[in-house]
Design a protein around this ligand. Structure first.
Ligand SMILES: NC(=O)C1=CN([C@@H]2O[C@H](COP(=O)(O)OP(=O)(O)OC[C@H]3O[C@@H](n4cnc5c(N)ncnc54)[C@H](O)[C@@H]3O)[C@@H](O)[C@H]2O)[C@H](O)CC1
Ligand SMILES: [K+]
Length: 246
């Protein structure tokens, strides 16, 4: 992928990375720098919430929001976003692709917080009609760069439902069902109006529709230097920037 495909607001090109390169970045950040997943997930959730609130304020500012969440890092970022929305009295509900008891790791920690806040949480064992009646504004945090093969099970069903039902979809990192490296969809995939991608754009986003926003995870320059990835802080004095493609 040509490194100049993505351009920030200053007109400067922003390097795109494959899923494997992003995993390498994550490994160096966590193992060598000590910036752990919990911290990065908080940045992801806040950046996503800020993007969602901008979209909402430009449209129907009273619209309730459904946050679709999977069990991985992508779902965890969506759940952290939901907390910020609920804290601002935005009517928000969580729609999981599995039972709450099957959510694990750091993502389960995010879910426990929402349970303690009494945020509505639905899962495939809910009444089917309720489960699939999504709101007009949907946050898609089902699957990110961890996609393996065509979406299956409840995740696939939710992707199909959201594409037909939602007025506006904001995806985290990549639209669920899209391969972050190639941009190909091996099965159903979310058609996002806006994708809030994390740290660096993923190469596959070059061929994906919708707007693109880059959200800072606070990954230090030294990480990119160690991996010989060209990086010049694209955020300026802020914490998120719009990206265009060329
Ligand atoms: N530093 C960072 O880049 C950070 C990224 N964050 C987000 O985390 C995801 C990557 O997380 P990971 O746990 O590796 O994978 P995913 O969440 O993308 O996916 C795993 C999840 O998806 C399910 N799944 C995979 N393939 C399928 C399929 N074909 N059908 C159904 N379900 C599928 C799998 O079972 C897991 O449940 C990255 O994209 C970012 O969004 C962090 O939030 C912050 C740090
Ligand atoms: K996603």
């Amino acid at each position: 992928m040509d490194a100049s495909t993505f351009v920030g607001p200053s007109g400067r090109s922003v390097t795109a990375v494959t899923a494997d390169e992003m995993r390498d970045i994550d490994r160096v950040v966590v193992e060598e720098i000590g910036l752990d997943l919990r911290r990065m997930m908080e940045h992801a959730g806040r950046g996503l919430a800020e993007a969602v609130l901008r979209v909402r304020s430009n449209g129907r500012s009273d619209v309730p929001i459904s946050v679709l969440a999977g069990n991985g890092g992508n779902g965890g970022g969506g759940l952290a976003c939901a907390r910020h929305l609920a804290n601002r009295d935005v009517p928000v509900r969580i729609v999981l692709d599995r039972a709450p008891s099957e959510v694990s790791g750091v993502t389960a920690e995010q879910l426990r917080i929402l349970e303690a806040m009494d945020v509505t949480i639905e899962s495939p064992d809910c009444d089917t009609d309720t489960y699939t009646a999504l709101d007009d504004l949907v946050v898609d945090s089902l699957i990110g760069y961890g996609l393996t093969g065509a979406p299956r099970g409840a995740a696939a069903e939710l992707i199909e439902t959201v594409d037909g039902a939602a007025e506006t979809i904001v995806s985290l990192d990549v639209p669920s069902g899209t391969n972050a490296t190639t941009g190909e969809a091996p099965g159903v995939a979310v058609e996002a109006d806006l994708t809030a991608t994390l740290a660096l754009p993923k190469t596959g986003l070059a061929t994906v529709g919708g707007d693109l926003r880059l959200v800072d995870l606070s990954i230090p320059q030294v990480v990119y230097d160690r991996l010989e990835i060209e990086y010049c802080n694209p955020f300026g004095g802020g914490f998120a920037v719009p990206l265009s493609t060329r």
